[in-house]
Structures are given as structure tokens and as C-alpha cells.
Design a protein around this ligand. Structure first.
Ligand code: UDP
Length: 366
């Protein structure tokens, strides 16, 4: 019986790891343990409930005002104890969070093999996203199994000297998640408010954008929304108090834009499925939007997910007011551009990534 320990801590990781947890649990010959670190708390439970996943361990590491060093120390200590108790054959981590980095490091110290889900994403700018670009590069040094979502991610790893035989192209597990979350009979009062208009779904919260870039973003969005009578926008606003302060100032009195509380995953995925297009500075939403056939404007200067831009479903707008205004206006006005962006092949997977990863784990001896 293989003992597989899955560790995650944030909402985006949970969305992408829960389909894998369920796949592993369905396999004979695997005993699965789930450890959540508590890097996100309230935002995690809705995702666990939606996938019917129960954590075996919860480190509850988050403290008010805690810095990255303190957070990492708490996670390393807690994970070390759990790994010693469970004695797993492999530890699976996801992506680029501090949780993923600390779990990989704690496993490495105990010489436990690490499998890295969503391996090989890069911007090659160590401060963007921060600290995630460092985290994912450091995990690639440790991981014995690299589950790369795309050919592009694999190439990044090979270029860095990661052994070819350790890399498996699996697709992204987020596509697996969407197949359970999007429902045809979904209803919500906010969607009723937007009915009859083109619905624009917005998210913006990246740490690198807080301050002047975020003001630019919001000013541009407001100008376009106020110019376009057939458009309504919904912005589920992140809990970060600074993001909230800037958003409430910049959007005050803008009637065709609703600032709402962050949505549960099931709601967010169904809002996306019913929107006309998305504007975001998020990572994972780029993949989800394209998978759902929704054009996406990426309000950042770099992205670790160039596949969406290469296939034509996404555009990188930068964070200047004019850049965002021009791209947003063009996409609203140019119907054939819009339709061509909806029609692009999804480069992020076919919904079977979890199956492939479980197959590889069963096949391998450690
Ligand atoms: N998401 C959500 N509710 C929201 C906004 C986003 O459930 O109100 C989900 C979204 O579907 C995606 C993930 O959270 O899977 C993206 O999270 P975020 O933008 O925080 O992180 P990133 O992907 O940039 O790391």
C-alpha cells in the first residue's frame, strides 16, 4: 500500500489538489493523507466541502501580521512532525505557495520523495510574482516527480537541467475541477442583476499591483464601463484591506459595477461560465477562463502562463491605465476579435490530469 501525503494551504491550491485527492482515494493500493496548513482559513472550507474532502491534519499556522519567515518556520516545524508520524512514501505539493515550498523542504530534510503538481511555470523575474517565483523554482530542485501541465512548462524545466525522465506532461488539474463545479441550472441574484447586459467579471489583488498600478487598473475599468451602456461588471473583491480601500475609492458611485465579497469556488466558476469576458491579475483564473471559452485580459506585465496568449485566448495588457483602457475597449467593440478569442483551443488540459498523476504514482517505486 503506497502512502501518499497531499499538502496544500491556499484556496487556489485546494481547487487544484482536491480533484487529485479524490482520484487518489478512488485507487486501490494507495492510502491518501491530506494535510492543510491553514495558510488560508475561511476561503478553504468551501472548496473542501465542494469536493467532499476532509483534511486529516490542519496546522492552523496563520497569525495576524505574520511575516514570511515566521509563517515558514511554523509550517516547517508542523510538517516535520506530521511527516514523521505518517511516514509517507511520497509528498505531493502544488504550484508555488509558501505552503508548497515548506512542504517540499520538510520532505527533503526527511529524504521523502516529492511530487510537484503544476511544475515548471516561470516568469524568470524572482520578484514577480513574489514570493511565488522563488518558491516554484526551489521546489524544482527538490522534486523527484514533476507533473508539468503543458509542453511549455516541461521545456522550462529541461532548460534548467531538471532530468527529462522526472517530468510528466499531465495537463492542469484545474480543468478536472471545472468539470465538477460548473452547473447548467446555477442561479444567483447578482447574475439576475446583470441579465440582458454583457457581464464582465473582474478580479485584481496581486501584491505587485497594489498601489499605483492598481489605481491605474481601476481608473481604466471605470472609464470603459461608464462608456459602455450594455455592460455590467462584477468584482468579487479580495480580503486584502489595501485592495479594498483603493477599490472603494476608485469605484465609488459607479452603478454598473458591483463590488461584492469573494465568491465561493462553485459560485465563482459558475459566474465565469456565464460572463462575456474576464479581466484579472490572477494566475489560475487565466487557465479557467480559457478552458471555459472566455476571453481574458491579463492585467499584469508578465505571466507564467504564456500558452493562453500564444493560442490567442488571452491578452497581456500591462498595468498602465491606457493599456488596459485600449485593450478592454477594443475587445468590447470588435465582435470578430471577440469571437476568435472565444474559439481558441484550451492549452491547459483535458480534465484527466488527476488520473494521469495517480497512474504515475501507482506505477513508480520510490
Ligand atoms: N476564486 C474563487 N472566488 C473568487 C475569486 C477566485 O473561488 O472570488 C478562485 C478561482 O476560481 C481560481 C482561484 O480562486 O481557481 C484563483 O485564486 P487567486 O486569484 O487568489 O490565486 P492565483 O491563481 O493568482 O494564485
Amino acid at each position: 500500500m503506497k502512502r501518499v501525503m497531499v499538502v496544500f494551504g491556499t484556496r487556489p491550491e485546494a481547487i487544484k489538489m482536491c480533484p487529485l485527492v479524490n482520484e487518489l482515494k478512488s485507487r486501490e493500493g494507495i492510502r491518501t493523507f491530506v494535510c492543510v496548513t491553514g495558510q488560508h482559513t475561511d476561503m478553504l472550507s468551501g472548496v473542501l466541502d465542494a469536493f467532499d474532502v476532509v483534511a486529516d491534519y490542519n496546522l492552523s499556522v496563520m497569525r495576524q501580521g505574520q511575516g514570511l519567515s515566521e509563517l515558514s518556520r511554523a509550517m516547517l516545524e508542523g510538517l516535520d512532525k506530521i511527516f514523521r508520524e505518517v511516514n509517507p512514501d511520497i509528498v505531493l505539493v502544488h504550484g508555488d505557495t509558501s505552503t508548497a515550498f515548506c512542504a517540499a523542504l520538510a520532505a527533503f530534510y526527511l529524504k521523502i520523495p516529492v511530487g510537484h503538481v503544476e511544475a515548471g511555470l516561470r516568469t524568470y523575474d524572482i520578484y514577480s510574482p513574489y514570493p511565488e517565483e522563488f518558491n516554484r523554482r526551489a521546489i524544482s530542485i527538490i522534486a523527484r516527480y514533476n507533473f508539468a501541465p503543458t509542453e511549455h512548462a516541461k521545456k522550462n524545466l529541461v532548460r534548467e537541467g531538471v532530468a527529462d525522465r522526472s517530468i510528466y506532461i499531465t495537463g492542469n488539474t484545474v480543468i478536472d475541477a471545472l468539470s465538477t463545479s460548473v452547473k447548467s441550472d446555477y442561479r444567483h441574484t447578482e447574475l439576475e442583476w446583470a441579465q440582458g447586459s454583457r457581464l464582465i467579471l473582474i478580479t485584481a489583488h496581486r501584491r505587485e499591483n497594489i498601489g499605483a498600478p492598481m489605481r491605474n487598473i481601476f481608473k481604466a475599468l471605470r472609464r470603459v464601463i461608464e462608456d459602455s451602456e450594455d455592460v455590467k461588471a462584477i468584482y468579487p473583491i479580495h480580503k486584502n484591506p489595501e485592495v479594498r480601500r483603493i477599490a472603494y475609492e476608485e469605484f465609488s458611485g459607479c452603478e454598473r459595477l458591483h463590488l461584492i465579497e469573494p465568491l465561493e469556488m462553485l459560485d465563482f466558476h459558475n459566474f465565469m461560465a456565464r460572463s462575456y469576458m474576464l479581466l484579472t491579475d490572477s494566475g489560475g483564473i487565466q487557465e479557467e477562463a480559457i478552458a471555459l471559452g472566455k476571453p481574458v485580459l491579463i492585467m499584469r506585465n508578465t505571466t507564467e502562463r504564456p500558452e493562453g496568449i500564444e493560442t490567442g485566448g488571452a491578452v497581456l495588457t500591462g498595468t498602465t491605465e491606457q493599456g488596459i483602457y485600449d485593450n478592454f475597449t477594443r475587445l468590447l467593440k470588435d465582435r470578430s476579435l471577440y469571437e476568435s478569442m472565444c474559439d481558441k483551443k484550451n492549452p491547459y488540459g483535458d480534465g484527466k490530469a488527476s488520473q494521469r498523476i495517480a497512474d504515475i504514482i501507482l506505477r513508480k517505486s520510490y
